[in-house]
Design a protein around this ligand. Structure first.
Ligand SMILES: Cc1ncc(COP(=O)(O)O)c(C=O)c1O
Length: 379
């Protein structure tokens, strides 16, 4: 079976994890601090706060933005459900904005109509690694006194206007889940240029303690910590961070490989009628964390049928990005019509793309799609 995604690890990751185990300090400690510095410096931002996942990072990020009960935060419904859920963790209200049909991302044009006097923030998602056109959103939101934070879960290695995604954001949250290009097993980071936010997120991820467990361990004298506010256990381990450091050193190479495979898919699929493949938007480059295609209305096979056909022929695909507002957890949630979101979520699927995917495997995927476009059932 050709999987839809496969993390790319070498012996170095296994060695790095083993070295941490041998050191005897496996919890959040020096490797986490090193990974934070390295990731922030890769992006060219001031600081990074490592956490247990992007979901927990989004929660902390919204917390330092001051989001609370009664506040509205604009998010795309066209995202993994964690984006909207993080707003609900703050007892605030996610308000869904529709997305651009080409990129699957919110734009100022889709955000502005859903702003109200209660909007405190916009959470821009760089969906599937495709950079959102965030600058017009920043400018429009700034005029209205609204914060813009970024859910960059999928976007490590993507660029916006010639610089890494996340540069210029007051805060951005990242995921290192194995479906992402850079993985630590589970894990995440919040990057920010605000030292006060970084300090508070470091405290909040560790139960609100004023001295971290690692610093107490290193101290020459016994230190008795204090708990300054109600926090969480959102820590990353040093084992994860050690893997992350190796993965970060490989990131550009992994992105280059993904982009080359995506380019090949695009060339081959250009000849298949009824299929549109995701491409770089004019304002940046994607890491192709997800390589998705959209079927047009005349495609002879429905999206779910096509997924079944791929599966029957030894290829694992996935439905496209979900629409949060269509899930039972949001069934009674108020919303404006979201026609583009509903169309994209129904008509898109994610094709296999991973570092070690071969051209022969890619050809097999394309052959199944080509036959399906001709109304044939199997490759
Ligand atoms: C856009 C987006 N936000 C948040 C998340 C949650 O990331 P994590 O699994 O690291 O919590 C994901 C995961 O797929 C995602 O795609």
């Amino acid at each position: 079976m050709i999987p839809v995604i496969k993390p790319y690890f070498g012996e170095e990751e296994a060695e790095a994890a083993a070295a941490v185990v041998r050191s005897g300090w496996v919890a959040q400690g020096p490797k986490v601090a090193e990974f934070e510095r390295a990731f922030a410096s890769y992006l060219g931002v001031d600081d990074g706060v490592a956490v247990s996942s992007c979901t927990t990072g989004l929660h902390l990020m919204l917390g330092v933005l001051g989001i609370g009960p009664g506040d509205e935060v604009v998010v795309p419904s066209f995202s993994f459900i964690a984006t909207a859920n993080a707003v609900r963790y703050c007892a605030a209200t996610p308000v869904f904005a529709d997305v651009d049909p080409a990129t699957g991302n919110v734009t100022w044009e889709t955000v502005e109509p859903v702003l109200t006097e209660r909007t405190r923030a916009v959470l821009v998602v760089h969906q599937g690694g495709v950079p959102a056109d965030v600058e017009p959103v920043r400018q429009g939101a700034e005029r209205r006194g609204i914060a813009v934070a970024e859910d960059a879960a999928c976007a490590a290695g993507s660029t916006y206007r010639g610089r890494p995604v996340g540069v210029g954001a007051p805060a951005a949250a990242w995921s290192f889940h194995p479906r992402k290009v850079l993985t630590t097993g589970e894990g995440g980071m919040v990057t920010t240029d605000r030292p006060d936010w970084a300090a508070r997120m470091r405290r909040l991820r560790e139960h609100g303690m004023d001295v971290s467990a690692a610093d107490r361990h290193r101290a020459a004298q016994p230190v008795i910590e204090r708990y300054l506010e109600v926090g969480f256990n959102y820590r990353m381990t040093d084992i994860q961070a050690a893997i992350g450091l190796v993965q970060l050193a490989r990131l550009d190479m992994m992105v280059q490989r993904r982009r080359s495979l995506a380019g090949r898919y695009q060339r081959l699929l250009a000849d298949v009628p009824g299929i549109r493949a995701i491409v770089d938007p004019p304002h940046g480059t994607t890491n192709y964390q997800s390589f998705w295609v959209e079927l047009d209305d005349y495609f002879p096979v429905g999206r779910d049928e096509l997924l079944a056909l791929l599966h029957a022929n030894g290829v694992s695909g996935r439905r496209g990005i979900m629409a949060t507002h269509l899930e039972p957890a949001y069934s009674d949630w108020p919303r404006v019509p979201l026609p583009v979101t509903e169309r994209l979520t129904a008509q898109t699927l994610i094709l296999p793309l991973y570092h070690t995917l071969t051209e022969a495997e890619q050809d097999r995927v394309v052959a199944i799609l080509t036959d399906a476009a001709k109304g044939k059932g199997a490759a």
